[in-house]
Structure formats: C-alpha cells, structure tokens
Design a protein around this ligand. Structure first.
Ligand code: NAG
Length: 189
C-alpha cells in the first residue's frame, strides 16, 4: 500500500476511536480533571458535573457554564438577602448592612454578565488574550464585591441569626465565582 494511504487510514482510525470513546464518561472526566486544581474542587465538580453533556470537552463552554451558574447563584443569593431585608425584626444597623450587600450583589451580577459577554466574543476575537484579560478583570471585580458584602456581615452589630442565615449563601457564591475565575485563568495557558 502507498505510505500516504496508510497515514490516512491511521488518522481515520484515530478519529473513529475518539468519536466512539467520547461518551458521557469522557465528558464527566473532562470536568473532573478541569476542576482538580480549582480553588474549591468539590464545589467545582458538584456545580459543573450536571452540565457535562453540554460542555463535552470544550474549556470555553466550561467557562460559559461556570459563569452562568455563578450568575444564577448570585441571583438566588440576592433574592434571599432582599427577602431578609424586608423583614421587620431587623435593626436599622442590620438594615443598612443588608442594603449595602444588595448593592454589592447587584454589582457582582452586572460584572459576571460582562464577563460572560466578553467570553462569548472569544471565538471570533483576533486578540484572545485581551478578551481573556477583560473576563478576568470582570470576574475578579465580582469576587471583590461579594467579599465586601461578606465583610459587612462580620460586623459585631449584626445578629448571629442573620449571619447564620445569609453568610453561607454568600460564601458559596464567592466560591463558585472563584472557580469560574480559575477556569478563565486556565483558558489563558
Ligand atoms: C433572577 O431571579 C428572578 C426571580 O427571583 C428571575 O425572574 C430572573 O430571571 C433571574 N435572573 C437571572 C439573571 O437569573
């Protein structure tokens, strides 16, 4: 046989082998591997594994899903904090802390949206490192805002009941955000 033909046959075999092994299992493994060195690997696996079939083995789609789930988490946290801010039993001081936190969370959501928008433009961009750097900046800003909200809750004048109810939700949000940032940083290499 012609050597050229053999090479084509060889490559075709590789392509077919890859296609058949691209099962759900491969997709789950991709997410687990991508999450391995994330800041919060367990949270990363738990939040992103449900999207394995949609992500397949695309680092870019993984970042998209990580940011979208972060946005959903921020929205849910915002709803919880807003609900709490409406209750009558809180002090004026607590009300002010919650109000600030609501602003931080709204800013954080806007920043995550900007990051998502940047990332969605990545495939067509001619300056990919610039786009990635923008997404990093937006996501870092979102994390800063979440931490600012969290700092407000460490105030001694905020009741333990509020801390207990709201802190966990914000800590979880900050964790999924950090993981999203890790995955964006990973795109850069
Ligand atoms: C945020 O949550 C509200 C319901 O509380 C929903 O109507 C809205 O679509 C959500 N927005 C995002 C960006 O998830």
């Amino acid at each position: 046989m012609e050597p050229k033909f053999l090479i084509i046959l060889f490559l075709a075999t590789i392509v077919l082998a890859q296609a058949s092994s691209s099962s759900q299992n491969t997709y789950s493994t991709f997410i687990k591997t991508s999450c391995n060195a994330a800041t919060y690997p367990t949270v990363c696996r738990k939040t992103l594994l449900p999207y394995a079939a949609a992500v397949k083995t695309s680092p870019l789609r993984l970042v998209n899903v990580a940011l979208s789930t972060t946005l959903k988490s921020a929205n849910a946290t915002l709803a919880t904090v807003s609900q709490f801010a409406k209750t009558k039993r809180i002090t004026k001081w607590e009300s002010a802390v919650l109000k600030d936190c609501i602003e931080n969370l709204k800013d954080s959501m806007a920043e995550i949206k900007s990051s998502l928008k940047a990332i969605s433009g990545l495939p067509k961009s001619t300056d990919k490192s610039f786009v990635i750097s923008n997404a990093q900046t937006w996501t870092s800003a979102a994390i800063t805002d979440e931490n600012t909200c969290l700092d407000g809750f460490s105030d001694r004048k905020v009741s333990p009941a509020i801390k207990k109810k709201l802190r966990n939700s914000i800590v979880s949000l900050a964790r999924v955000s950090s993981n999203a940032l890790y995955l964006i940083n990973h795109l850069a290499v």
